[in-house]
Design a protein around this ligand. Structure first.
Ligand code: DGJ
Length: 719
């Protein structure tokens, strides 16, 4: 039979007088739906690209009570027993909604991505209407032209004369055929983020959620991989990767009921978040991003990494500066001499940027520890009498760039800001605020446009006054601990979580419109905001407050499933480690930190000369391998979660000319037998010359300086 390959774009196949199969194609994936005006939209296929002949023969999932293929089940009229995407209370109290296709179209689409880049693809818009109520829902599917990414989202418009209430508002469902499907997701907590969890999808519901209010990646994360044919494998097998691009409370529900399909739902967490939609208003959901890999979990990671570098991160075409951050070195003990010494030390080790962390601000209330002054973003002139001017002058003198820490969404009740604007904080109506870190920390109410202006002004004032500031570390160290907005009317208190994140994005957009070039780190008690809702406004994120090199291997491994190395701030710190009190060698700490965006988190004056010399050499070497790590393709080779005290991964440059191979021992036993690791991603016909970095042995490895073919390294590996 003649091979019919789909071309980029869409394929239309007439089915019956009315129904039509619509296929959206990315370079290697197809997504096919069945659309019939007056009926509910049906899922047909998501997977590797298929031919138009095969599309023509795709069958709908058998439509009975137990096998469903509806893309957007709405509660109450035809769907009551199963999980649904949309539930709403109409103005007259009716809880039932019936959404059928009114129209649909596929159009070439170009838009500005949230990071400012231009992206294009084919956009399928399906317009759904309820025959009984003037409710309109648009389902959108965007298939990218240049990367295997499919995004879906919805908007819901209230055409009724009065307000309606949305009680659940997921994105369209993604049905996944049952076949020993395994779900890989990431669970954690403060200082232990992104721990990899893999579980088979059995019957019942798997719910992955976050209700922190602010830091939605601290515990469960909103990225998931579904391995479709047995336990996850790195380089083989079909895997769907899915990320919800949202920074607020989310819920992912995978429903495995009686049907042949698991139903994958993702969206804003509806708990205590019912949304009142006024007449004529439209509610837009955050996007879900999907890719389909036929080359295992690593294939999903590579697609997410290249999508992120193109469209979801700032300045991902620029190498990141090697920095020293002051936090673990001096904590709140900030002064000119100390900052100057740290700048001098990082410069002397080859670093390019110094970042002054928490502790530099406060006047009436001083930031001597974590219990005061958040909100009072004026220099503490007792600590820094010559102000930021002197810090900038010292940075210039030492030949490094200067960066500064802020936590702009927060206040302490011990602050001048709180004294002036007690009405600006989040708190339950009629109750005293619950206070967090330091016993006094509260969250500012970003639902309030005045607060948004204020938060923007913190960045704006700093960067207007000191345009030399090259880097901002934007921190957020509190959840919503008591529900209530002093700005929202009582009737709309349930909008708090949603309006907060709209307000935050609004501020981020304003910051980026005015300051497109400044580097900004996304930090929230560590990796609490590693998500694709916020990252497009940032350059990178702090992976974790736990800088212990050994535990970092596990956290960075999990983080790497969806986020590229260029975004993962990874710092060499002191021993015993401040989080886990473990002592590891300087070599091990460098070996681990160099697998991400390298930095330091240490008091250099407490380092020995040997340690400094080691770091100086590591930094020199990192500059050479930096493009491979920050722009190359990741191959995870041996998982630390395998339990055999070993982990290995590598990065390969796009042209496959260079590669960096990491091999970490997680434990040391006498006469421990360790396997050879087969490399991946190399050009089998190219010869690669081996050079060990961060060497501590007196004798070089036997392979040092020798050249091996990519084929040999991938088939056999090095001893
Ligand atoms: C939490 C961050 O994750 C740390 O790196 C540090 O900036 C502290 N906050 C400062 O309070």
């Amino acid at each position: 039979m003649k091979k019919l390959l789909p071309i980029l774009g869409l394929v239309l196949c007439a089915m019956s007088a009315h129904a039509e199969k619509i296929s959206l194609n990315t370079p290697h994936n197809s997504f096919v739906v069945d659309l019939d005006k007056g009926a509910e939209p049906q899922f047909l296929y998501y997977g590797a690209s298929i031919s138009s002949a095969d599309i023509a023969n795709l069958q709908k999932i058998k439509d009975d009570n137990w096998s469903r293929s509806d893309l957007y089940p709405a509660y109450g009229a035809t769907h009551t027993m199963n999980e649904i995407c949309l539930a709403m209370r109409h103005a007259d109290g009716n809880l039932s909604t019936n959404l059928v296709i009114d129209d649909y179209k596929v159009t070439p689409h170009t838009e500005t991505a949230p990071n400012g880049a231009t992206r294009s693809g084919q956009l399928l818009t399906i317009t759904l209407k309820d025959p009984l109520y003037p409710t309109t829902v648009h389902l959108y599917y965007l298939a990218y032209n240049d990367v295997d990414m499919l995004e879906s989202w919805t908007d819901i418009t209230n055409g009724e004369k009065k307000t309606v209430t949305l009680t659940q508002f997921y994105n369209p469902v993604m049905p996944v055929r049952r076949n020993n499907v395994h779900c890989t997701h990431f669970h954690g907590s403060w200082a232990s983020e992104a721990q990899l969890v893999e579980q088979p999808l059995k019957t019942g519901l798997l719910e992955i959620k976050n209700k922190d209010g602010l830091r939605n990646a601290t515990s469960d994360r909103n990225e998931v991989m579904l391995s479709l044919d047995g336990p996850a494998r790195e380089n083989t097998g079909d895997v769907i990767g899915a990320a919800l691009c949202y920074s607020g409370n989310f819920r992912i529900t995978i429903d495995s009921d009686e049907s042949d399909y698991h139903q994958y739902f993702a969206g804003i967490n509806p708990d205590n978040s019912e949304y009142h939609l006024k007449k004529g208003e439209t509610f837009t959901t955050p996007r879900s991003a999907y890719t389909y890999s036929v080359s295992g979990t690593n294939g999903v990671s590579q697609t997410f990494h290249s999508w992120a570098r193109k469209y979801m991160l700032r300045h991902a075409d620029k190498e990141r500066m090697i920095l020293l951050n002051s936090w673990e070195g001096v904590y709140f003990d900030i002064n000119h001499e100390g900052m100057d010494q740290m700048m001098h030390d990082i410069a002397s080790m080859g670093g390019e940027l110094f970042v002054m962390d928490d502790g530099w601000f406060g006047d009436k209330y001083r930031r001597l520890t974590d219990n005061a002054a958040l909100g009072d973003w004026v220099v503490d002139t007792k600590k820094l009498p010559e102000g930021i001017e002197r810090l900038l002058a010292d940075a210039r003198k030492n030949g490094v760039k200067f960066g500064i820490w802020i936590e702009p969404e927060m206040a302490n009740t011990t602050s001048e800001l709180y004294e002036k604007h007690p009405d600006w904080i989040i708190k339950a109506p009629g109750r005293e605020p619950v206070q967090g870190r330091g016993g006094t920390q509260v969250v500012l109410d970003l639902c309030n446009p005045q607060v948004q202006d204020y938060v923007f002004s913190i960045v704006d004032n700093l960067l207007t006054k000191y345009p030399e500031i090259a880097y901002i570390k934007w921190d957020a160290n509190a959840p919503v601990m008591n529900h209530g907005s002093q700005y929202l009317p009582m009737a709309d208190q349930s909008h708090l979580y949603i309006e907060y994140h709209k307000g935050l994005i609004n501020v981020c957009e304003r910051v980026r419109a005015k300051y497109p070039d400044v580097v900004i780190q996304d930090c929230a008690s560590g990796g609490g905001r590693a998500n694709y809702g916020l990252l497009p406004y940032f350059d990178e994120f702090w992976v974790s407050d736990n800088t212990d090199a050994l535990q970092r291997i596990f956290m960075q491994w999990g983080t790497s499933y969806f986020f590229p190395a260029i975004a993962m701030a990874s710092h060499i710190s002191a021993v015993p480690n401040h989080a886990v009190y473990r002592t590891t060698s300087i070599k091990f700490r460098c070996d681990v930190a160099m697998s991400g965006r390298l930095g330091m988190e240490i008091q250099p004056k407490n380092m020995t000369d040997e340690e400094k010399a080691f770091c100086r050499q590591a930094i020199t070497d990192y500059k050479k391998i930096r493009p491979v790590i920050q722009f190359g393709d990741l191959y995870r080779l041996h998982s630390p979660y395998a339990g055999d005290f070993l982990a290995s991964e590598m990065y390969v440059s796009e042209d496959k000319e260079q590669a960096v191979f990491f091999w970490w021992k997680l434990e040391t036993y006498k006469n421990q037998h360790l396997p050879r690791i087969k490399m991946a991603g190399l050009d089998p016909d190219k010869y690669y010359t081996i050079h060990e970095l961060n060497r501590i042995d007196n004798e070089p490895l036997q392979c040092e300086g020798k050249s091996y073919s990519g084929a040999y390294l991938m088939q056999t590996g090095l001893e």
